[in-house]
Ligand binder design. Sequence first.
Ligand SMILES: [Zn+2]
Length: 444
Amino acid sequence: MKTAEQYWNPILETLPREQLQKLQLRKFQNVLKWAYENSKFYHKLYSDAGIEPGDIRTFDDIRKVPKVEKSMLRGIQGREPYPYGDILCVPLEQVTEYHQTSGTTGQPVFQADTWQDWEWCAESWAYILYAQGYRNHDRVFLPFGYHTAIAFWQAHYASEKIGCEVISGGVLNTEARILKMQELRATAMMATPTYVLGMADVAKRKLGIDPAKDLQIKKITVAGEPGGSIPATKKRMEEAWGAKVYDHIGATEIGAWSFECTYQSGLHVNDALFIVEIEDPDTGELITEPGRKGKMVITAFDRIAQPCIRFDSKDIIGWSPDECECGRTFRLIKGGVLGRADDITKVKGVLLAPTSIEEVVRSIPELGDEYEVLVTKKGDIDNITLKVELIPGQESNIDLVKTKLVDQLSLKTNLGYNIEFHKYNTLPRYDVKSKRFKDLRHKE
Ligand SMILES: [Zn+2]
């Protein structure tokens, strides 16, 4: 039975779609007006396009508002008010939080937040954690130093807001973090999929600890990489830890816009705090039907220092045909972020999403968690090399594994690969975000 206790905000999370859309339109109008009146950057952007806030009267009008891209944010930062530039909507004195994007694709983008914004950030994460079953009896372990990255700071504050007890494992190394979790009987953890798998490996190999039996972690929230929505990777994490793994996607300049609930049917978009549009990357046409993929354009309604309005995220997503049984009216996307419009690269003329390679590698039990993909070019011909590791003891199965890999990869990606087997534990390991896909074609 559905009860109010299962939702962080029982009213907004179950609001009928029609009312939710009305709320979204009103909130969009508010943030647009705020940015137009308070940010020189947005004022110029909209004036140049001949748009005034009063022009946006219907849901469809939202699509007339110019989009913002990351390159535009990079272009203005470093100027006054330093370092954010004239996108800022509040006096610099009101800014209380500095964060930046991880910079995996170029110069990081700076993000300013006021204290009000920061409370909103914690609120948006509280939806996520509450939907994943976090309650005030949980002891949450965060096995990172969060530094200038935003997600785990938000997760930390949101855990406290819900009433959980929070342990920050920042300065410890991996072994010490595992021992701390064991000592304190931590019940929940948050990390990147790469680190969740890496920790389990270290626990077993170096400490003789089996996380599924010797630790009390019952739920793990993952973020920062697609793994939480790749079934084979999720299965590996859940088995290694004897815990439920829930995905979440957010971004520094956007906010925490989506989350998986305990029913694990896909990722809910937080429709109360954001509006997500999916559009065809070539034609710009709005996609509303399930199953068709496009790139995400997103607006955060309540962030005031550095608003995010129709941000062209380049993330490729698609609406789910399924409904979640949790009772939320928040829409679902299927498969998480399927790639980025930038890095769904064409190899041999075929579109290749790195997530499909991960799904294949991680679904083969004889292979270790790590892999690496190199795309190179000889003359006019693209070559893909996939490096994998066999789990110790599986050496005699090498031919069988190779056949499985080649067949599955050809089925899922329509491409041929050179497969290289490497000794277990010799491919690079990553602590936070992995760089397993390397396109070297333009560097030769
Ligand atoms: Zn749900």
